[in-house]
Write a protein that binds this ligand. Structure first.
Ligand SMILES: Cc1cc2nc3c(=O)[nH]c(=O)nc-3n(C[C@H](O)[C@H](O)[C@H](O)COP(=O)(O)OP(=O)(O)OC[C@H]3O[C@@H](n4cnc5c(N)ncnc54)[C@H](O)[C@@H]3O)c2cc1C
Length: 381
């Protein structure tokens, strides 16, 4: 009997495999190669972590999250990479990326996890737990294991191998799953905002989106499907239903243009095409500020608080992550073991922990894998 079966050869599964003693685990991956999602992450350069990481960057149980993160924080992850010859580079918004390509971190994780058996093109279908361990049923064989770690990720990007197996296995083990939905994803629009689709390809920088009590800052991109870009992706994490409010001009002082003879579309620090379209939508003539009626001058304030109710999101095919997952009060934060079934563990995105944009989801995948490895190591003889 193999000590550990790891379901999923993604971020958390590979990190776990690399931390366990050689030949103590089998990684089962349904894709023809490991780390498929890592390779496309961060626009192909993989935003591995962030300079500033705390439970505030996540949706989920704050105590549980803090407990896991502190065992393997961003500095420990940076050192882990550094020791293996990968110096991550800090870029905008404190994000750490691979210097050239996501291949660099996948290369390290693949090399490190090769001390284990890695089965590719093999899909886990079910697990049965009995008194003397687990029987893992794949589409090719049955494998006996003493410990099973579910590291099969969420539902986003099914084209890269995402499946619901983790949630199914958790439910079979009597775990509860919180509501699942696509997150870090663009918004589709209601008819009232269809004019934005005409702006496809344009972007506005440094806007702010208010969603509930959260303010999500960053760029906004207009696309043929709706709106996207970093600020929108973060807003989608906190959006349930109803309206969001966009401040297109968070740092702009209207007084600065009150005396100008130039048209508003020339003066506002937004792409001219975008300003003209917004003015048309709000039925405000493109004139010098002083030539506008008082009512139109007041109406311009809407650009600081533009209310929009998204029709929905672009869905799992475009979402970076799945919000929700295996409820964490049924998982031990010191070991990642299930409180329902002994020797069954969970790591990564399958859990009800979802991070903001900025490297937080990979940090979570790696930290939770580390905690799991720390707990398993003394149990493996
Ligand atoms: C386009 C994109 C860009 C992203 N960019 C970033 C980024 O820059 N920074 C960041 O922090 N996060 C990013 N994320 C999110 C991040 O990649 C995930 O949160 C992270 O990979 C989750 O790790 P995981 O190990 O839980 O799951 P995954 O990495 O998804 O790994 C799960 C693995 O399990 C396999 N699997 C599924 N079902 C089965 C089965 N039945 N049998 C066998 N194997 C199975 C899958 O094929 C997959 O390889 C991005 C996501 C996407 C989609």
């Amino acid at each position: 009997m193999i000590p550990v079966v790891i379901i999923g050869g993604g971020a958390s599964g590979l990190m776990l495999a690399s931390l366990l003693p050689p030949k103590s685990a089998i990684v089962i991956e349904s894709n023809p190669k490991v780390g498929a999602k890592l390779l496309v992450s961060g626009g192909g350069r993989c935003n591995v972590t962030n300079e500033i990481v705390s439970s505030d960057n996540y949706l989920g149980d704050k105590d549980f999250i803090s407990n896991v993160l502190r065992h393997f924080d961003q500095n420990a992850l940076l050192s882990w990479c550094e020791v293996r010859g990968l110096s991550l580079i800090s870029q905008k918004n404190h994000q750490y990326f691979c210097p050239n390509s996501a291949k660099e971190i996948v290369f390290i994780l693949t090399k490190e996890s090769n001390k284990q058996t890695v089965l590719l093109n093999e899909k886990v279908l079910n697990i049965n737990h009995g008194q003397d361990g687990f029987l893992v049923q794949t589409n090719k064989q049955k494998i006996k294991a003493k410990f099973v770690v579910v590291a099969s990720g969420g539902l986003s990007y099914p084209i890269l191998g995402a499946s619901d197996i983790g949630y199914k296995l958790a439910q079979n083990a009597n775990h509860s799953i919180s509501k699942l939905s696509p997150a870090l994803v663009g918004f589709t629009l209601q008819k009232e905002q269809f004019f934005m689709k005409e702006l496809s390809g344009s972007s506005v920088n440094n806007i702010e989106i208010k969603v509930g009590t959260k303010i999500c800052k960053g760029d906004l991109l207009f696309t043929h499907k709706g709106i996207s870009g970093p600020s929108v992706l973060d807003a989608s994490l906190y959006w349930e239903k109803g309206s969001i409010s966009i401040d297109f001009l968070p740092n702009f002082r209207w007084k600065s243009i009150s005396g100008s003879k130039k048209n508003i579309s020339t003066l506002l620090p937004l792409p001219k095409r975008v300003t003209k379209s917004l003015l048309e939508h709000l039925d405000i003539p493109d004139k010098p500020f002083s030539a506008l009626s008082k009512a139109d001058q007041d109406k311009l304030n809407i650009l600081n608080n533009y209310s929009l109710a998204p029709a929905g999101t672009f869905g799992y095919s475009k979402a970076e992550v799945t919000r929700g997952g295996v409820i964490t009060n049924e998982i031990d934060p010191y070991t990642m073991m299930s409180n329902k079934v002994d020797n069954l563990y969970f790591a990564g995105e399958v859990l009800d922990v979802t991070g903001e944009l900025g490297g937080y989801n990979l940090q979570w995948a790696f930290s939770s894998a580390f905690v799991c490895a720390k707990a398993l190591k003394p149990k493996i003889k």
